[in-house]
Design a binder for this molecule. Structure first.
Ligand SMILES: [Zn+2]
Length: 305
């Protein structure tokens, strides 16, 4: 069910930095370059709703430079609320293209062309918030990878409550791990946030709220007005389950963060192979239907704190 209306983004088509659908707002005083990205996946419209709202409200940075960008516009333009799963991407996952071999290589796709168009801008970014959402209903998640600098940023922002440490995907490199973001010794830091189920009003509201918190954390706007609601908990991903067939199916409709008490509980079948939990109190993270070979279907994890 699609609760939110995909906003008309054509007013942002020309942008103001020579890149379509990219708007930069310069405070004219020293500070970081902060980028908030929506629509890395074309059907994850909550981020677009949030950025459209911020732009409509006339948000202005107090320090540094704030860039608001809509990434996979080509996929978003195909969004159909009757078939909302179909517009995740056009040719390939935009969020698996962020390694030098792909970006500098000979292959072409709609998503690689857009990544190459955005790359010079992204190379100047100090702090990135990449807004995503999930197939199954789930509480919001910060996905921080394995570097301490991303974990520190998530703790500084203070929401969401659940921070997931994850190793990434077999399929390719995410924007969050691109270049300096993936270099533990570099100063640039990226945070990927899954704001909730793709098309719920609450997901768009969370995307808006965390964007404001993120901007306040980086200093480009003034301070937080509300404290974080709860202490954050750390969830370690131990297993990334990659589909090997076109017939990956869960045994039931799991919600994100469902906890299965017994090791060996079968959660899915991948072709003829049963996928079961490797230990007691295993947490099901971001179960994703509609996956094909090589794509991440689900992660298993456990709470560290
Ligand atoms: Zn996504």
């Amino acid at each position: 069910m699609v609760e939110v209306t995909p906003p008309d983004l054509t007013p942002y088509r020309n942008g103001n930095v020579g890149i379509p659908y990219v708007t930069s707002l310069d405070a004219g005083s020293p500070g970081p370059h902060v980028l908030v990205m929506a629509l890395t996946h074309g059907n994850e419209i909550s981020g677009a709703v949030a950025l459209h709202r911020l732009l409509s409200e006339g948000l202005c940075p107090k320090r540094g430079k704030l860039t608001l960008a809509f990434a996979n516009i080509a996929a978003y333009e195909r969004f159909d609320s009757g078939q909302p799963h179909r517009s995740r991407c056009v040719d390939q996952d935009f969020n698996r293209a962020w390694d030098a071999m792909s970006l500098d290589g000979p292959r072409n796709s709609v998503e690689l062309a857009r990544a190459r168009e955005l790359r010079p801008l992204i190379d100047t970014v100090d702090r990135l918030l990449d807004l995503h959402s999930m197939t199954a209903p789930s509480p919001p998640l910060a996905l921080v990878g394995l570097h301490d600098k991303s974990l520190a940023l998530a703790r500084h922002v203070g929401v969401p409550e659940i921070i997931v440490r994850d190793p990434g995907h077999a399929e390719g490199t995410r924007l969050r791990d691109y270049g300096a973001f993936g270099d533990p010794s570099a100063a640039a830091v990226a945070l990927l946030v899954e704001c909730g189920q793709h098309w719920l009003r609450a997901t768009a509201d969370f995307a808006y709220a965390i964007t404001l918190r993120f901007l306040a954390t980086t200093g480009v706007i003034d301070g937080l007005t509300t404290p974080s609601a709860a202490a954050q908990r750390l969830l370690d991903v131990t297993h990334v389950i990659t589909a090997t067939s076109n017939h990956f199916a869960f045994v039931e409709h799991f919600q994100g963060l469902a906890m299965l008490p017994k090791a060996g509980t079968i959660v899915a079948h991948d072709g003829g192979i049963a996928i079961s939990t490797p230990y007691d109190d295993c947490v099901i993270i971001m179960p994703s239907t509609r996956v094909g070979p090589g794509q991440t279907a689900v992660r298993f994890g456990h709470f560290r704190e």
